[in-house]
Design a protein around this ligand. Structure first.
Ligand SMILES: NC(=O)c1ccc[n+]([C@@H]2O[C@H](COP(=O)([O-])OP(=O)(O)OC[C@H]3O[C@@H](n4cnc5c(N)ncnc54)[C@H](O)[C@@H]3O)[C@@H](O)[C@H]2O)c1
Ligand SMILES: O=c1ccn([C@@H]2O[C@H](COP(=O)(O)OP(=O)(O)O[C@H]3O[C@H](CO)[C@H](O)[C@H](O)[C@H]3O)[C@@H](O)[C@H]2O)c(=O)[nH]1
Length: 334
């Protein structure tokens, strides 16, 4: 059966956090696929230049309920994709109030506005951090939710909120629990740009560029092959594709659900450094230091559900992730 999205040609989609790293890749993907987009972002952590010039942009904070609701009503979207959040684990431990305010209150405002306006389809950026220190690897959606930091707690609260709003208002939703987003658009126009940057792959590439003296490896005494943590790095364009497929699934009548997004393969910190050395041809000095608090040893996705339900298959492997990120970082001025 032909999907309703394809049959009708395009969708009107409202994207929160569309000036951020993952959100902007999704927005570019939507525009490439001829969908009509409105971005809402307060630019607290995003970049206006990451938004394509032909999309509607509204600089609004999710905490301003009335402005938010009127902007959504003006655009009148068929679906909302919600990326906007603060997403630094360390910061959330130091400033939980900031995270509950921005992530929980902001998302509550958005979900309430969407429900009141009668919009029925919602896709939410959740995280594999919700599993905390999981008992089973690879991690399926049946794994116990056991978050171990305020950031992940806020994401679980929003998932629960969505469940309740579906019951009361019929707001169908998919919570996508991403593993480690990485890489950049192969067109070289957008990439990962966080200030400060906490993520491993950009920091490794900064080291290759001599913008940092060395990369600190947080612990080599984990129960893994080389003692360093293993993560499932998923290309940001594969995430974009999964979001569009999730919307398609909801609009075609699919039920609300939770879906992991990862490749199903893991790489250790030392493997990432080694691969980056080969790809960049540069020296990447590193130093082993103590563990970072709250880091689980291994996080690798069981992605069967995404494959079955969304008919999604990640196309980029770890080499393409590092290559596209390197391509982007080499063209940045900072
Ligand atoms: N980066 C990852 O590896 C990863 C993994 C799992 C989940 N996630 C989730 O994916 C989403 C996007 O992550 P990212 O790495 O692109 O983050 P990002 O910081 O690059 O983008 C977030 C965007 O949201 C905007 N924003 C934040 N609070 C806002 C508010 N109150 N009102 C309006 N706009 C606001 C920021 O300005 C920014 O443009 C987040 O929800 C994050 O929790 C990220
Ligand atoms: O300078 C660094 C930075 C990171 N690491 C290690 O590299 C791995 C990846 O760390 P990142 O900070 O890049 O990513 P996280 O796994 O901590 O977290 C990311 O992915 C999570 C899901 O796995 C959450 O969603 C979170 O929002 C997002 O930042 C970890 O083992 C970390 O200990 C280092 O050794 N040195």
């Amino acid at each position: 059966m032909k999907s309703k999205i394809l049959a009708e040609g395009y969708l009107k989609i409202l994207v929160t956090g569309g000036a951020g790293y993952i959100g902007s890749h999704f927005v570019h993907y939507l525009v490439e696929n001829k969908h009509q987009v409105c971005v809402i972002d307060n630019l607290s952590r995003g970049h206006i230049e990451s938004i394509p010039s032909n999309v509607v942009f509204k600089k609004i904070d999710l905490l301003e309920f009335q402005n938010l609701k009127s902007a959504i009503a003006d655009f009148s979207p068929q679906a909302v994709v919600h990326f906007a959040a603060f997403a630094y684990v360390g910061e959330s431990v130091e400033k939980p109030e900031l995270y509950y305010q921005n992530n929980v209150v902001g998302s509550y405002n958005l979900i309430r506005a969407v429900a009141e306006l009668g919009i029925k389809n919602f896709v939410f950026s959740s995280t594999c951090s919700i599993y905390g220190n999981p008992n089973n690897i690879p991690i399926s959606e049946d794994e116990l939710s056991n978050p171990i930091n305020p950031y992940a707690n806020t994401k679980l609260i929003i998932e629960i909120l969505l469940r309740d709003f579906e019951k009361a208002f019929g707001l169908k939703n998919i919570c996508l629990r991403y593993f480690n987003a990485a890489g950049a658009n192969p067109n070289g126009l957008i990439g990962e740009s966080h200030f400060p940057e906490p993520h491993l792959i950009p920091l490794v590439l900064f080291t290759a560029q001599k913008k940092r003296e060395k990369i600190l490896v947080f612990g080599n005494d984990y129960e893994t092959q080389d003692g360093t943590c293993i993560r499932d790095y998923i290309h940001v364009n594969d995430l974009a594709d999964a979001h569009l497929k999730a919307l398609q699934y909801l609009i075609d009548g699919g039920n609300s659900t939770i879906i992991n997004l990862g490749t199903g393969f893991g790489n250790s910190v030392l493997e990432i450094i080694e691969k980056a050395k080969k790809i960049t041809g540069k020296e990447i000095p590193f130093e082993i230091v103590g563990r970072r608090e709250g880091d689980p040893a291994i996080l690798v996705a069981d992605n069967k559900k995404a494959k079955e339900i969304l008919n999604w298959n990640p196309k980029f492997g770890i080499d393409e992730i590092i290559k596209t990120a390197w391509n982007w970082h080499q063209n940045q001025k900072y």
